[in-house]
Each structure stands twice: as structure tokens, then as C-alpha cells.
Design a binder for this molecule. Structure first.
Ligand SMILES: [Zn+2]
Length: 321
């Protein structure tokens, strides 16, 4: 859901280099992380017979910005963070990648930040190994949408070499066509043009991307669910096994403290805000009606929980670990 921070990262490392710092010390004091990483950076749970592992990639402690939510003030945002039990002085945006083991396959849901989005994220590979999941044994990667925090884990920093050269990467055809259309660059806001250029330089040269239409089954027991608005081809992933279901919601309700509690809040990262709100409400209503678990890429780690109606909005209860 983000990309404005890439420039900040460069400024930060440049600042550190000027001081002669290197390695982990290269994070400037302004980027010192206030949130402790989870003591155990991976959590495994079952959906029916299927094993799901939430793997922590890191966090963005996003500074407050009046433009973040069009119809809520910074004070409203701070109050919503506090109500969710989170710090008020920034917006907590963790990154959590879900790995599903089903039908003998290991499936990655999105690819993490690749250490290219925030200096406080990029731990996916190390934490996968800690969880006993070998990145070389991944069979399939499902991509929800093409924002940097979801796809930069597919490509090496600077060289753009594929990290998963022999893995089938499944994406919505709508999302693929939107970002790879040369004409889109002129239509995008300035902050998104670089992203589109990188996608256009890289994805069409790869042979392992499969575009799919609509809401097909993309792996045993996993279906794409159309949830546009955040981006034109944004997809959630619905997993079912026996009578158990999990809605892997990706960025449909990105920061639940804000937009699960207040589904009508219009976030700057939702490209088409009215469509995003409609997708969000539809998905949350389905999760409640069918009594399924939900997880989200930016939900508080480990990211899975239940949703209930709460006044004019909804409430997320994150599972205990
Ligand atoms: Zn995101």
C-alpha cells in the first residue's frame, strides 16, 4: 500500500553514509524502530487440514500525515490507533506474508518488501528459514496487487533479477494489464510513476508470470476473490478446507484500526476510494456471514482473527498466539 517512503529511505541511508556508518547502523535515528519485533516471527495455524504460517517481514511506523485519510483528521487517526491498543504517535503498518501448505504444495501469498520499501522491513527470507520453510521449495506465489510492499520481494534490489525464477507467479490479468500499459505512466500520480516503470522493465521479461481472469481456483482450495479499488485488479484469496475457511484479505482493509473500525474512511492509498470501500464492506460482510477467519497483510501480527459488527463499523479480534 505504500511507495512514498522509498525516497525517504534513500535520504536516510545517504545521511548515514555521510556519517561513515554502514550495515545495520545505516538506519538514521529518525528511522529507529519503536515497535518491538514479535518474539517469535512466525506463527503456524490450521485451516481444516491446511497449514498456514504467518511470517513477519517487518513494520513501517508511518508518520502522521493529514492527507493519509481524506475524511478523517490526524486527531481522529490517533484516537483510532489508541482505541485499537496501538501507539498514537505513528500509524503501525506491519508486513506479514502468509505461506500455505496444501495438496503437497507450498504457496506464498505476496512476496514481502524485499528490503526495498522501509529500512525496518525485509526480514521475510530469514524468518521463513527460521520457520523451517525453504524459499527454494516454494511452488507458487499468489500476488494480490502490484504495490511495492507486495511485489518487491520478487526482484533483487538494483539488478531486478528474479528472486523466484522458477516459481509460478499468479496474478490478476486486470492488475497486470493496468500496470504494464505504457500509457498508464502519464495517468499515474508522480509518486507511482517509478513503480510502473520498474514493473514495465521487469515483469514482461519474465516467463513465469501467469495472468488469470476473474475468481478461479489458483491452488488446491484457494480461489482469487475480486476486491478492486485499492488497485484496479486487487484480489483477496479465499482458502477453504473441510468446513474451515480463511479470507486472506491482503489490502482490502489494510490498517484495521482505521478502516475496519471506520470502513467509510477514504485512504490515500486506495486508488479508487469508493470502489475500495464497497469491496471492503462486501468482503467483511461475507467473512461475518460465513463465520470464517480473516487475515490481512498489514493486520497486527500474526494477522489472523475474527470480524464482528461494531456500531457503524466492524471490530477485528486478532487471534492469540
Ligand atoms: Zn500493502
Amino acid at each position: 500500500m505504500l511507495n512514498l517512503s522509498r525516497r525517504d529511505f534513500v535520504v536516510s541511508t545517504g545521511f548515514a553514509a555521510a556519517l561513515g556508518l554502514s550495515g545495520r547502523l545505516a538506519v538514521s535515528p529518525a528511522f529507529a524502530q519503536k515497535t518491538a519485533d514479535p518474539a517469535k516471527p512466525f506463527v503456524t495455524y490450521k485451516i481444516g487440514a491446511v497449514e498456514v504460517t504467518a511470517i513477519y517481514d517487518g513494520i513501517w511506523e508511518k508518520p502522521h500525515d493529514p492527507a493519509f485519510i481524506a475524511n478523517a483528521s490526524v486527531e481522529d487517526v490517533k484516537a483510532a490507533m489508541v482505541k485499537a491498543g496501538l501507539p498514537a504517535d505513528f500509524v503501525s503498518i506491519p508486513f506479514t506474508v502468509v505461506v500455505v501448505k496444501t495438496g503437497g504444495k507450498t504457496i506464498l501469498c505476496d512476496s514481502g518488501t524485499g528490503g526495498q520499501v522501509q529500512p525496518t522491513a525485509g526480514k521475510l527470507m530469514a524468518n521463513m528459514k527460521a520457520a523451517g520453510i525453504d524459499p527454494a521449495k516454494v511452488d507458487t506465489i499468489l500476488i494480490s496487487h502490484f504495490h511495492p510492499d507486495h511485489i518487491f520481494g520478487l526482484m533483487e534490489k538494483e539488478t531486478n533479477k528474479p528472486v523466484f525464477a522458477n516459481v509460478e507467479i499468479i496474478v490478476s490479468d486486470v492488475e497486470y494489464k493496468f500496470w504494464t500499459d505504457p500509457a498508464v505512466i502519464d495517468r499515474l500520480p508522480e509518486a507511482r510513476k517509478g513503480l510502473a516503470r520498474r514493473i514495465q522493465a521487469v515483469f514482461p521479461t519474465w516467463k513465469n508470470i501467469r495472468q488469470v481472469e476473474g475468481e478461479p481456483e489458483v491452488a488446491p482450495g484457494i480461489r482469487f476473490v475480486s476486491a478492486p479499488g485499492h488497485t484496479p485488479g486487487h484480489r483477496a484469496f479465499h482458502l477453504s478446507s473441510g468446513s474451515s475457511e480463511l479470507m486472506i484479505s491482503n489490502d482490502t482493509a489494510y490498517v484495521p484500526a482505521l478502516v475496519v473500525a471506520n470502513p467509510g474512511w477514504r485512504g490515500v492509498y486506495d486508488q479508487d476510494q469508493a470502489t475500495a470501500e464497497a469491496s471492503r464492506r462486501r468482503l467483511l460482510e461475507r467473512v461475518i456471514a460465513d463465520k470464517m477467519l480473516i487475515c490481512g497483510y498489514h493486520f497486527p501480527f500474526p494477522g489472523a482473527g475474527t470480524i464482528a459488527k461494531d456500531g457503524t463499523g466492524y471490530a477485528l479480534t486478532v487471534m492469540k498466539t
